[in-house]
Unconditional design. Structure first.
Lengths: 478, 251, 226
């Protein structure tokens, strides 16, 4: 399998390729159908609206006090013996992690699933410094073996089916070709257990960082997260600055929303809460724990009351599971760390609209994402906001604002405005369009590649109503 | 997400906002909507200066142009009568986005007031008119596609099916993934034609698999999209706006 | 200026001004009002639905049940603590049944490979359980370190039926977690699992393949449930 590089600049071409690949189409359709059903079932006996309201409140409350909570988190962590680092961007975060590794002469790093580490391309950075970085989440491991990136934020290898995975494991690790999932899982277990034992540093993400207690919470099913944070002598947790919550009691509702929204589970196998390195007298766990707080564009998003909602996200992936566009084109097509609807409202801030200008429009605004978002992020409204920014009619505070504005398109919308604000001209115009329908081209660009052209009716509602009212008046007179 | 709407008693009069797609492509559907209202004893006011709700510009990011177009509609409804719109998409624009569009402007109050009077047609027929229907048609199977705006933005997944359920000879069949978007999405169909095509392809297949030869929808965008796909594929399934279907079968 | 100060300054000097904090109403995650029976049956239903096994035993004879379960599973080397009453009673009862008891009060650096490759099961106490989600909660200690519930292929967890509470939120609140968190606090809900290969569930990907919950009942055990 050849390595393919995906970029958001090539969204259209990548979408074309994905749509033409029946295997991709089938893998995503099956997976998303399953995930949607499971989510619906698991929330069956919940007052979901009230729970979502609470989830949104908790996240909003945390964001409203963000600088204070980050300082409190730092103080609590330090009091517990966790070392706290701050990084303005991904590069700085990579450097901090590399330096911690180097100070321990670390040759190998084992990783638990962390999207922020993908966002900052940590693995490549460490490899360049001669430090091996190995993913331990099974999906991430498979994707890494296949020299790919995750296609989903929760299920990284969801684009691969059993046969493809069997082939990857066979080629890269010498296992038998098989459809036996237990066999493949056991093979990965034994391969990775050796690596856990030998790893010098474990790097994990964070699902929730609790300011009041200095606690880092990790959500997972496999146990690789616990391994990563318990077995190597050094643990480095890396997280975006928005992941902080105020109180420990804020965690149970968010956890309930996260697992149910993500995979339709009542609960994950493990909920791992880390508050300090190994203490005197304890026999296992890392002797050092570091927390790296990464900004990387988040503080810019934070400036704007509307864009702020983007930062509520708890990374459940429900928006992509329910997105009809994501379901058809898959995660790689977006060419970003975060695909799907959340990616389309987050990536422009991380990468600039120059590179991501096709993402905010890659939505029919059907609203499915906003409907399922556990913290009620108004994703469709934010997509529209970014469309405004990309054509230069927003506040201009998103990198690359205005990049999509062309004189031709702007003039067309001005024309539309003129017509729709001049009722006489409007009536004449659509009446004319109807009368000239014979002249309507049978081909209307891309629309008619897949559909018949809509036919003007030959009359207009304005005209029909006039006639209708006249005949009614006539009847009444009689 | 869906605002709780308190429904008024049936009014003497109501405004009708036809929408631009109806005006240009499906005027009969608009007229049929008006007839359904008139049959309920409501005098329908159709401001001749209405054009478009502004949504195409709005969803394309052309906020200033959208606001100008929307502003031109605000003065068309001076009396306190309800404003009925035969489209969840335009209805959603007026009810949900007008207040956002004019927030902080001189027209904010007026926009909020107008938005509060906007009803989608099937919503108005069910919840305000408490419409009772007598089916005069022959027996047939029908599939309904509720637009995403009606379903999610306006919270009206049930009103269309509730009306169809009153038609004694009509068997309403539900296609697989009924709640999934048909792929229209306004300019989405033009900006991302291949993705949109994949979506409408799946939608038409799902409808075809129900065995229904007819589908109805309350949004002309979806009608144009799904119907256009069926027509291009030369399938024997035809689409109709729900207003026309209801009027045709009950008059 | 340090990255820390730059970030905090940017957040504090927010363009759109200070934000106000909404109140949170936690009623939706508490006050379930379940009876002890409802709690137990819900716990059992949920944890078994994710492949956990549950066996019941009377409090005074629970080690008999444990010995039988260990024999059934062919456990030859069992890792367990010494001081916690669960560990102490288990050690006493298992002294002569031919199972090797592996001490865990050793720094992991001295026996990592042994733990990874030569222990059949780990036995731990639990602090309690969550009925709503079928979860156990553990605060590992020097006596029962955190890897015992993770590394061996089988984890046997002892839970007292009366230590079940309704929700995770209730546990956090009623036990005052916010007043002081341990090095590591855990919720465990079933054996390790993955669905990363085409959504097909497989168990024991990194952690235990089996989770056996031994529920101890004061007074008469509901024997019909075993």
């Amino acid at each position: 399998m050849s390595v393919q590089i995906f970029t958001p600049r090539e969204f259209h071409r990548q979408a074309h390729d994905a749509l033409g690949d029946p295997q991709i189409r089938a893998n995503f359709r099956k997976a998303m159908d399953g995930l949607m059903t499971k989510r619906r079932e698991v929330f069956g006996d919940w007052d979901l609206e009230t729970l979502r309201e609470l989830g949104a409140n908790i996240r909003l409350r945390a964001l409203s006090k963000l600088p204070d909570l980050l300082e409190q988190l730092e103080a609590s962590c330090q009091a517990n013996g966790i070392k706290v680092h701050w990084a303005e961007d991904g590069e700085e975060a990579c450097r901090i992690i590399r330096e911690i590794c180097e100070s321990h002469d670390a040759g190998s790093v084992i990783k638990g699933k962390s999207m922020v580490s993908e966002e900052m391309h940590l693995n490549a950075h460490l490899e360049e410094a001669g430090i091996e970085a190995l993913e331990s989440d099974l999906g991430e491991y498979l994707v890494q073996l296949n020299e790919q990136t995750p296609s989903h934020i929760i299920m990284p290898a969801i684009h691969l089916n059993t046969d493809e995975i069997s082939e990857i494991l066979h080629v890269k690790t010498g296992t038998e070709r098989t459809r036996d999932v237990d066999y493949m899982t056991a093979a990965a277990r034994s391969q990775l257990r050796q690596r856990f034992m030998n790893a010098d540093v474990g790097v994990s993400g964070v699902n929730f960082a609790v300011a009041e207690t200095g606690t880092l919470c990790l959500v997972e099913n496999e146990g690789n997260g616990r391994m990563t944070t318990s077995v190597p002598p050094v643990h480095i947790a890396v997280t975006g600055i928005e992941k902080v919550v105020e109180h420990l009691r804020d965690v149970p509702p968010l956890y309930a929303l996260l697992t149910r929204s993500a995979t339709g589970q009542h609960v994950t196998t493990y909920f791992n809460m880390i508050s300090s390195p190994r203490k005197q007298g304890e026999h296992d766990g890392p002797r050092e724990v570091h927390l790296v707080l990464v900004d990387n564009g988040r503080s810019s998003i934070y400036q704007d009351d509307e864009l702020l909602d983007t930062l509520r996200c708890i990374r459940c992936g429900a928006c992509m599971n329910h997105c009809p566009v994501y379901t058809r084109v898959g995660g790689h097509t977006y060419g970003t760390t975060y695909p799907g609807p959340i990616g389309s409202i987050l990536s422009p801030h991380l990468m600039g609209l120059e590179d991501t200008k096709d993402l905010p429009t890659a939505s029919s605004l059907c609203g499915a994402c906003g409907e399922v978002c556990p913290v009620k992020i108004p994703i469709p409204d934010l997509l529209v906001r970014l469309r405004r920014e990309s054509v230069g009619e927003g506040r201009g505070n998103v990198p690359g604002a205005g990049v999509k504005r062309t004189r031709k398109e702007a003039a067309a919308w001005k024309g539309f405005q003129w017509l729709a604000t001049h009722p006489g001209a409007w009536r004449a115009g659509i009446s004319m369009a109807g009368k000239l329908k014979a002249l309507m081209p049978a081909k209307l660009g891309p629309w008619t590649d897949y559909r018949s052209a809509p036919k003007p009716a030959g009359t207009t509602l304005h005209a029909l109503v006039k006639r209708h009212q006249a005949s009614k008046a006539h009847e009444e007179e009689r | 997400m869906t605002p709780v709407k308190l429904y008024p008693p049936k009014p003497e009069k109501a405004y009708f906002f036809g929408t631009c797609l109806v005006d240009l492509f499906y005027p009969e559907a608009g007229l049929d909507g008006i007839r359904l209202l008139e049959r309920e004893g409501i005098e329908v006011l159709f401001p001749q200066d209405q054009t478009c709700c502004g949504q195409p510009a709005y969803t394309s990011g052309y906020q200033n142009e959208a606001r100008a177009v929307a502003a031109a509609q605000l003065d068309l409804f001076p009396e306190p009568w309800p404003i009925v719109v035969p489209s969840g998409s335009c209805g959603g624009m007026m009810r949900t986005h007008y207040p956002q569009l004019f927030a902080g402007t001189d027209l904010e109050k007026q926009a909020n007031e107008v938005a509060g009077r906007v009803y989608e047609l099937t919503e108005f027929l069910v919840h305000v008119c408490h419409l009772r229907l007598e089916d005069c048609g022959t027996s047939e199977k029908v599939a309904m596609h509720t637009s995403c705006s009606a379903r999610r933005e306006m919270g009206l997944a049930e009103t269309g099916p509730a009306l169809l359920a009153q038609l004694g000879e009509v068997e309403l069949v539900e296609q697989a993934r009924a709640a999934e978007c048909c792929g229209f999405g306004g300019t989405f169909a033009v900006r991302h034609p291949e993705v949109s095509a994949a979506m409408v392809e799946d939608k038409t297949q799902a409808i075809e698999e129900t065995g229904a030869k007819r589908f109805v929808t309350s949004d002309c965008g979806c009608l144009m999209n799904i119907g256009g796909r069926f027509e291009q594929q030369k399938k024997a399934v035809t689409g109709e706006h729900i207003a026309s279907y209801l009027w045709r079968r009950t008059s | 200026m340090s990255a820390r100060d730059t970030i905090l300054k940017r957040l504090r000097e927010r363009t759109d001004g200070p934000l106000s904090a909404p109140e949170s109403d936690f009623a939706v995650v508490t006050n379930r009002g379940w009876s002890a029976e409802e709690r137990l049956s819900r716990f059992e239903r949920l944890i078994t639905s994710v492949h956990g096994e549950v066996i019941h035993a009377p409090r005074e004879a629970w080690t008999d049940t444990l010995a039988k379960a260990l024999a059934d599973k062919g456990v030859r080397r069992l890792a367990l603590g010494k001081e916690h009453p669960v560990a102490a009673e288990a050690r006493e009862a298992l002294a002569d049944v031919g199972i090797e008891l592996v001490d865990v009060d050793r720094d992991i650096e001295h026996w990592q490979r042994e733990q990874f490759e030569n222990v059949d099961a780990g036995l731990t106490s639990t602090q309690g359980g969550v009925a709503e989600t079928g979860s156990l909660w553990l605060w590992p200690t020097p006596d029962e370190p955190r890897l015992i519930s993770l590394v061996p292929p089988i984890h046997i967890a002892v839970l007292d039926a009366d230590a079940l509470e309704d929700t995770f939120f209730d546990v956090v609140e009623s036990h005052g977690w916010a007043d002081g968190m341990p090095t590591n606090a855990l919720l465990i809900s079933g054996p390790s699992k993955t669905a990363d290969i085409e959504q097909t569930l497989a168990y024991g990907v990194h952690g235990p393949r089996e989770l056996l919950v031994l529920v101890r009942h004061a007074g008469d055990a509901p024997g019909d449930k075993t």
